[in-house]
Each structure stands twice: as C-alpha cells, then as structure tokens.
Design a protein around this ligand. Structure first.
Ligand SMILES: [Zn+2]
Length: 448
C-alpha cells in the first residue's frame, strides 16, 4: 500500500455499516474524504492499492484521559475500590508537567492509532501547575495534548473540562487544585482562547456533579450550546456519587443535569453505570448518548452499566478507553454484551454490528466528528484494515465475519490505519514514531 493515499483503495472486504461485510469494495478518495464507494468489484483495478483483509471505519474513542496510561500495572496490585484507585491517579496527576505530558500523550495516542483509533475525545481536566499555580499560557497543557494527537497522526476533540470542587460542598485540595479554574466564568474565559485545527476540534465537559455545582453546570452547558460544541460529563459512575447528589439536591445526577439544561442531542453521559429509573427516559427523550467504558468500569469495580435498557430507551451508545487499562476497542465493544450476559443470564442483547457502530460512528457523533465512522461518499477517509490471516480470525467465513471480528478480534489484528487519506500505520507499525519506546520514555519521566 502506498503512503500517498491518492490511489483508489480496493478492499478485499469492507464493512459498510450493515450486518455483513461486502466483498470487493473500491473506495476512491478526494483529499481527506471518501469520494465514492463501489461494491462488487471482484478484482483490484490496475491503479488501485490492494487491501487484503477487512476494512472498517476508524474507531472513535469517545472517552479518554491520556495521562492515565501511566497508571497501567501500577494500580493492579493490592486491594481497594474506585476511591483507592483515585488516590494513585492523583499521585501521577501531581507529577505531570506540560513537557512530560506531551511525551506521554503522544505515545498514548500512538498506541491508540496502532489499535485502529482515528479520533479521540480527550476529557481534559489537568489544566494548571502543581498546587494550582497558573502557567503563563493557561492552556499550555491542553495545547500540548492537542499537539500530541497531531504528532501521533489522529484526530482529537479536546473536551475541556470544568472542575471546581473537591466534592459536593468541598473545596478542591491536593491534585485537584490543578484541575480547578475557580469558577465557571474563569473556565469559559480560558477555554475561549483554545483554537481548533484541521484535525483538532474543541468541546466542553462538566467533570461530574461532585466537581461542578448546578449553577456552574448550567453556565458550561449554555457556553457549549452557543458554540454547538459537544458536551460530556461523568454521570452516575459510583453509587456514592448518587447518594451524595440525592442528599444534597434530592435527585439523581442525570435529573439534576436535566434541570440545568445540560441534556441535549450534543450531550454524552459518560458511564451511567448506576442510573435511577427515571434517568432512562430523560436520556432517551433528550437525544443524549451514553459512553460506556467497560474495561475501565470493570477495572475500577464500578459495576456493569445497563446497556440494553439504555438502548431500549432510545439512547445511542458510544465507547471509550477511559483509564487506558487496555487500549482495544474490540474489547470495549464485546464487553458491553458479555458483561451484561453475566448479570442477565441472557445472550444476544447487542448484535455485533450494533457494537461496531457504537465504536465507530457512535463515537464520532458524540465527540463532534459526525462525518467520521462511516464508509460512504463524503465521509472522512479514516479507515482501518484488519488482517484476517492471524490465528484469532483465521477461518472466519463471510457469514459471521463481523461477529468474529467483534467477539474475537484484537487491537493487534489491525494492519493499516489511514487518517484523512494519510497512512499512519502500515503493516502494524506506526510510521511516525516508536510507540513502545516513547511510552517507556514517558513513564520513566514520572515517579515510580
Ligand atoms: Zn473518565
């Protein structure tokens, strides 16, 4: 496969969003977009680049905290719960500076590219210096994160996160001082100065009802609405969060956000592991999305989110690697179904194609790249080719190829990744940097 990307691409097999893959698909490109898609092309034309295997749209990772990549392994020893994990996470958050974050985020995003992720929604709250000291450029860390995605070759939506309190009615302390702008107005003033780029967009986030009071959440939502930005929030990740919210405001986090005008078709609730009965209707009727992060939710002992009930309420799902416990969107996708099977005793709540849509188009819509995640004319030329010759997928017949891919595929099966018509990964190798070496270098910059 050539690196220019100008030649048409002939895909041995391609997934065009239906239940089954199509054999022999010719994709013509126009700059960073798909110009045309022709099915039933039995053999590659002479001028085409041939892509053996199965080509799918690039994954959109709708919820990421890049710096959590440094926690991998460190938080897997000893007993504890979410709150014990959070103490370890704060230790890393306290140690990062813009230079080390650039290296760490670049390597983490390169790992994402290798896993077929072509766009990431970075839920960014590490804004300021140690103890809350202000950098001369108050967006220095956020701009480093945007630059890191550019270096790794993937798209990013920086979901700049408002974080004001250490808990309901608690001032921020320790690492949290770095997260806080002090007020929603100061948050807005800082965020106003962020600039998008060809592969970078800006969005907003409310950290949680723990960290943002209702009045401030309403201001953040109004600011995002004026700009038609995507808006995300962590919602009902933990039972303790629900209890605190109910004690303070007499309602669930989702209902509290609904009262403040936060819920809309641009809103994505991240987790919703423990919604109240009334929350399903609120999310569905407002056209909200829910981002499930199953590998993180299981890693943090959060619980299993009610994915099937959410989809039945009309909620579209998307997926995120969140804490980077692993970076593998196939694993996130199948976990939605498999974790629910363990709880429900019922199989088949989520067809494979539906899970793959959540990992691709669903994520793109959530993070403000709605033209991504679909192989169709006008769509972004963000394409991932999965090899079918490896042991995991060998023998997968055309009838059950999408099921094989979702339920047995792995990030390591990704062979080629194209972003905006540019090849970023070829034959399983990142073309710009040595992701493993960069990750080791970045993590060595942090305290053990
Ligand atoms: Zn998160």
């Amino acid at each position: 496969m050539s690196e220019g990307g100008a030649a048409p691409l002939w895909c041995e097999l391609a997934w065009l969003g239906e239940e089954r893959a199509e054999a022999g698909v010719l994709i013509e490109l126009n700059g960073d977009r798909i110009a045309s898609v022709t099915t039933g092309v039995a053999a590659p034309p002479a001028n085409a680049d041939s892509l053996p295997g199965l080509t799918i749209p690039g994954f959109a990772n709708a919820h990421s905290h890049a710096f959590h990549r440094a926690l991998r392994g460190r938080t897997q020893a000893g007993r504890g719960d979410f709150w014990a994990w959070r103490r370890r996470m704060y230790e890393v958050a306290e140690a990062i500076d813009p230079e080390s974050y650039l290296v760490l985020a670049r390597a983490t995003f390169a790992e994402m590219a290798l896993a077929g992720i072509t766009a990431v929604g970075e839920f960014h709250y590490l804004h300021h210096g140690p103890g809350g000291a202000r950098y001369e450029n108050p967006n220095e860390v956020g701009e480093a994160v945007i630059a890191a995605a550019g270096d790794a070759g993937i798209r990013i939506t920086l979901l700049d996160t408002c974080y004001l309190h250490g808990g309901i009615d608690r001032e921020p302390e320790g690492a949290q001082l770095r997260f806080s702008d002090g007020s929603a107005e100061a948050w807005a003033e800082r965020v106003e100065a962020l600039r998008p780029g060809p592969r970078a967009r800006i969005g907003a986030a409310i950290h949680s009802v723990r960290a943002v009071d209702p009045e401030s959440a309403e201001r953040v939502a109004a600011f995002a609405a004026e700009r038609s930005w995507p808006l995300h929030a962590h919602v009902s990740e933990q039972p303790a969060e629900n209890e605190d919210c109910r004690a303070a405001y007499g309602t669930s986090p989702t209902a509290l956000l609904a009262d403040g005008g936060v819920l809309s078709e641009r809103f994505t609730a991240v987790h919703e592991t423990h919604p109240a009965d009334g929350d399903f209707g609120l999310l569905g009727s407002n056209g909200c999305r829910v981002c499930l992060c199953p590998t993180t939710e299981r890693d943090l002992a959060d619980g299993v989110g009610p994915a099937r009930r959410l989809t039945e309420a009309g909620v579209n799902l998307c997926l995120g690697t969140d804490s980077q416990a692993v970076i593998d969107m196939f694993e996130e996708a199948r976990a939605v179904e498999l974790d629910e099977r363990l709880e429900s005793g019922v199989r088949g709540g989520h067809p494979a194609a539906e899970l793959l849509r959540a990992a691709t188009a669903g994520g793109g819509e959530s993070i403000g790249w709605p033209e991504g995640g679909r192989i169709e004319p006008g769509g972004l030329a963000d394409l991932v080719t999965v090899g079918l010759a490896g042991v995991r997928l060998a023998g997968a017949g055309p009838e059950h190829l999408i099921e094989s891919l979702v339920f047995a595929g792995a990030a390591g099966d990704v062979r080629h990744v194209m972003v905006g018509g540019e090849l970023v990964v070829r034959d399983g190798m990142h073309l710009r940097l040595d992701a493993a070496a960069e990750l080791a270098r970045a993590i060595a910059m942090l305290p053990a």
